[in-house]
Design a protein around this ligand. Sequence first.
Ligand SMILES: [Zn+2]
Length: 244
Amino acid sequence: MQKNQPKNIVILTGAGISADSGIATFRASDGLWESHSIEKVATPEGYARDPEFVQQFYNERRAQLLDPKIKPNLAHIALAELEAHYQAKGIGNVTVVTQNIDDLHQRAGSKNVMPMHGELLKLRCVKTERIVEWRSPEPVTDSDRCQCCTPPQPLRPHIVWFGEMPFYMDEIQYKLSQADLFVAIGTSGHVYPAAGFVANARSLGLPTMEFNLEASSNVSQFANSIYGRALDTVPRWVRSLTRG
Ligand SMILES: [Zn+2]
């Protein structure tokens, strides 16, 4: 084991890590939100007003994600290798907290993933919140119904919309409290509560590191910033932790 090697690492990832896989950036200035208003497709009120339109929006995103051309890139793969290496050598835990709704970390082989903003390939019953996997480019319509209720209820996208609480918040705080290093990769630093994790990490005395194309809006909060494409910078960092 290397001297000063962090044992438990919490890694927050955002749109920047999936951009190199061809996933159009979600919520970015050049992204998909521009052509659909956020209120229409990413709020509970928008869904209540026009569920068919909202389903259509996520159907398009799901079909894109399931296109065979879309694959995990070297950054996703490096994080999966880091987790596997830490596990195999008994060094510690690597946790990936992702703001992305794609499944590219899981496809790359990461096991310890917390998709805090939900998952495109899942739906849930609007009444019981029971989750249903939907790993098919077949469109979901508003007439698709759950199998848990009588009468059967609509299935909404398993996505955290504006005004809703992200998933895994308690688990993320616990993982931070056990961590030796907090890393952010490809996040804008605009979307809370994720943008606040670096402040939590600092208050816990953790070293902090960010990987980004350019300075994020909360750059000053990170002790160490590395700029460039994630598929170049992240594998290099992982190699520095796993060699020897
Ligand atoms: Zn139900």
